[in-house]
Design a binder for this molecule. Structure first.
Ligand code: UDP
Ligand code: MG
Length: 326
């Protein structure tokens, strides 16, 4: 088989899982059905699970899946590295063909695989699932996600598409491009947009979780949002400059006004309340600006250490794929 054709004939479903022992058994038959569908489309299909340091029965469950179906490959990380690193680890293992990224909790329906593949066949490199509805998610999560995507859209230099999660198919060349981006502060949704190429949207209904609980608490989401902002925009730093400039101008105007008032009317300078207010305001603005610089500096520090993005505990390739390829 010539290598070009081979690239067009393979697909890997990449599923990052962290403590998903409740949802995975429900999703498993649906994933297998998706593999069968891909095979009927003439593709060599693999299912790659990345166990991101699970503490429940996820790993043994995944091993039983691998025993049951020779198309399953397993990657276990040495600890929990977070979803972004787990996805990176999975995508790094995809050496042939396209990759379809799915959540392990069943929120991204594997039944849409043929639609995604059809778009890839049409020549698209980044086929992204766009949520038209989010069922079973809290009011707070929907509103905060909505606001966050709009803010990112305004601040980021490269596009971060709205209401788009990690559910997407990446073509071989998009995968190769993504592999070149080794930054530690990974905001995958931004990285997908950064690589460019031809993108198309596939609308879908985001289902509720099949079981278990979301790993993203409000605090984790907030930090994730900060990571996204600082990885893809330096606008906050510039805002600090402008806030400083505006405060300095105001202070200058106020100072001039105090002098003029004293000269013309011999007014005594008003006492300490106004002084305190000004000092506290300035102190607050300065600390905020410092904090903003700190956010970037901290990330620079992480980046400078050049640590690997993840460490692999176990790698177990799919048994059946190579034999079926011949
Ligand atoms: N996940 C992961 N590592 C983590 C957190 C989450 O691999 O540290 C996986 C998780 O198992 C799931 C996906 O990322 O497959 C999305 O997580 P979750 O459903 O908790 O997020 P939500 O859908 O609530 O945003
Ligand atoms: Mg989920």
């Amino acid at each position: 088989m010539d290598p070009i054709a081979e690239q067009d004939r393979c697909i890997t479903l990449v599923v990052a899982a962290c403590d998903e022992a409740e949802a995975l058994p429900v999703l498993w038959p649906r994933l297998r059905a998706a593999l069968d569908m891909a095979e009927r489309d003439g593709l060599v299909a693999t299912l790659l699970f990345v166990d991101d340091g699970s503490r429940d029965g996820t790993w043994s469950l995944l091993q039983s899946f691998a025993r049951e179906d020779a198309r399953v490959a397993l990657l276990r990380l040495s600890r929990n590295f977070g979803k972004e690193a787990a996805l990176t680890a999975g995508l790094d293992q995809v050496t042939c063909g396209a990759a379809l990224i799915l959540d392990a909790d069943g929120q991204d329906p594997p039944e849409l695989l043929p639609q995604f593949v059809a778009r890839w066949r049409e020549g698209y490199d980044d086929v992204r699932g766009v949520r038209i509805a989010r069922e079973g998610e809290s009011w707070f999560k929907r509103v905060s996600a909505h606001l966050f995507y709009r803010l990112m859209g305004r601040l980021s230099a490269t596009p971060v598409p709205r209401d788009t999660g990690d559910f997407r198919l990446l073509s071989p060349r998009a995968l190769a491009a993504l592999r070149q981006l080794r930054e530690r502060q990974r905001f995958m949704k931004g990285l997908f947009g950064w690589i460019g190429f031809r993108a198309i949207e596939v609308p879908y209904q985001r289902a509720p979780r099949l079981g278990g609980r979301s790993k993203f608490s409000v605090w984790r989401l907030w930090n994730f949002a900060l990571q996204g902002l600082t990885s893809f925009s330096t606008v906050p730093l510039r805002v600090a400059t402008y806030v400083g400039l505006a405060t300095a101008l105001l202070a200058f105007g106020f100072g001039a006004w105090v002098v003029v008032r004293a000269l013309l009317w011999g007014d005594r300078v008003a006492g300490w309340p106004s002084l305190m207010a000004v000092i506290l305001l300035l102190g607050g603005v300065q600390l905020m600006a410092l904090g903003m610089i700190g956010e970037y500096l901290g990330r620079l520090y992480e980046e400078a250490k050049q640590r690997p993005l993840y460490l692999v505990d176990t790698w177990q390739p799919a048994m059946g794929v190579s034999s079926r390829q011949q």
